[in-house]
Design a protein around this ligand. Structure first.
Ligand SMILES: Nc1ncnc2c1ncn2[C@@H]1O[C@H](COP(=O)(O)OP(=O)(O)O)[C@@H](O)[C@H]1O
Ligand SMILES: CC(=O)N[C@@H](CCC(=O)OP(=O)(O)O)C(=O)O
Length: 301
């Protein structure tokens, strides 16, 4: 009996959040390192379908860096990263597109559809929804930085009841160009801003951002992130992730969260519990929108 009451209570506790997020867009960055086992993939699909049934609009931007590196190794092509961004030769770009737009995008889309969702898999090249130019003047090869996102097109898909599943490949304005490889964290951040999302969740393979002693940091702002990057606490693949979180909240999205994709139902735990999980990023210096910082710190907005 106790157990049954507990189940009902869990549902009741979620009511304020279900109301708050109803008809809002939540962008979810589904990192390669959170896609590891079929069991976790199943739980991820259940969470996304539940959001959709509750009238929340999930938009998935996925990664797949580990799978790209694995295939490159088999093909004896060297992987090279600078501060968490892959350097992309023409040969590497072919593999990146095959893995992201071909394999991973279609696997996630079909997984969601088999769970009863209406998911549609696209890459930034489709209808040129993501446009880019060479990152840092070309020193990363075909790695791009986003110049434009067609949010209207993505919003139209949402209005039609679709869950967009987006591969982080961008179109180039140049003819006969292979397109650009975009770090999936940056793609998720720009998509969240373009859609005016309520929040963005980055699923990864760690409980959140840790300090040098391995202590979990539950809240971070821009100044703290800069300090942790400068002293090397935040390194590697975590750099684009924290940079994306900071960019998102400074470009108008209330909150960004890095959460542990290895934990079953981490999306539901973040969205529908008071404390949430992972590391949340917020602006303490919000100049003009009157956001009460204490409220923002303590509430799941
Ligand atoms: N300060 C830090 N706190 C947590 N993780 C960190 C930190 N600095 C570097 N990392 C590394 O960043 C990794 C997450 O980045 P990445 O592997 O690129 O994930 P994803 O594939 O989800 O984008 C963690 O597994 C961890 O090894
Ligand atoms: C430019 C760049 O770094 N692109 C990434 C795109 C995939 C990605 O970001 O995957 P994760 O989110 O799983 O790391 C790459 O080639 O690995």
């Amino acid at each position: 009996m106790q157990d049954k009451h507990q189940k009902v209570q869990t549902l009741l506790d979620a009511i304020p959040y279900i109301k708050k997020f109803n008809s809002k867009t939540i962008v979810i960055k589904y990192g390669g390192s959170a896609q590891t086992s079929p069991e976790l993939q199943e739980k991820f699909a259940q969470d996304i379908v539940l959001l959709s049934l509750l009238g929340i609009n999930p938009v998935i931007v996925h990664g797949g860096g580990a799978r790209i590196s694995e295939l490159l190794e088999k093909l004896e092509i060297k992987s090279e990263f600078i501060d968490g961004h892959r350097v992309t030769s023409k040969e590497t770009m072919r593999v990146v597109e095959m893995v992201l737009s071909g394999e991973i995008n279609k696997n996630i889309t079909s997984l969601l559809n088999h769970h009863g969702a209406k998911a549609i898999g696209i890459s930034g090249k489709d209808s040129a929804i993501i446009k880019a130019r060479p990152k840092d003047g070309g020193k990363f090869g075909y790695t791009g930085e986003i110049t434009e996102i067609n949010g209207d097109l993505i919003n139209n898909l949402i209005k039609e009841g679709f869950i967009p599943v987006i591969a982080p490949i961008a179109d180039s304005a140049e003819p006969n160009h292979p397109g650009f490889n975009i770090n999936a964290d940056f793609a998720a951040s720009k998509v969240a801003v373009a859609l005016g999302a309520q929040k963005v969740l980055f699923l990864t393979d760690i409980i959140g951002v840790l300090d040098k002693a391995g202590v979990h940091l539950t809240t971070l702002d821009k100044e703290q992130v800069e300090a942790y990057k400068a002293d090397g606490t935040i390194a590697g693949g975590m750099i684009p992730k924290v940079d994306s979180c900071i960019e998102t909240i400074h470009d108008g999205v209330n909150k960004a969260h890095i959460i542990d994709g290895r934990v079953e139902h981490s999306i539901l735990l973040e969205l529908f519990t008071k404390d949430g999980i992972g590391t949340q990023f917020l602006r303490r210096d919000n100049p003009n929108n009157g956001i009460d910082i204490e409220k923002l710190l303590n509430e799941n907005d």
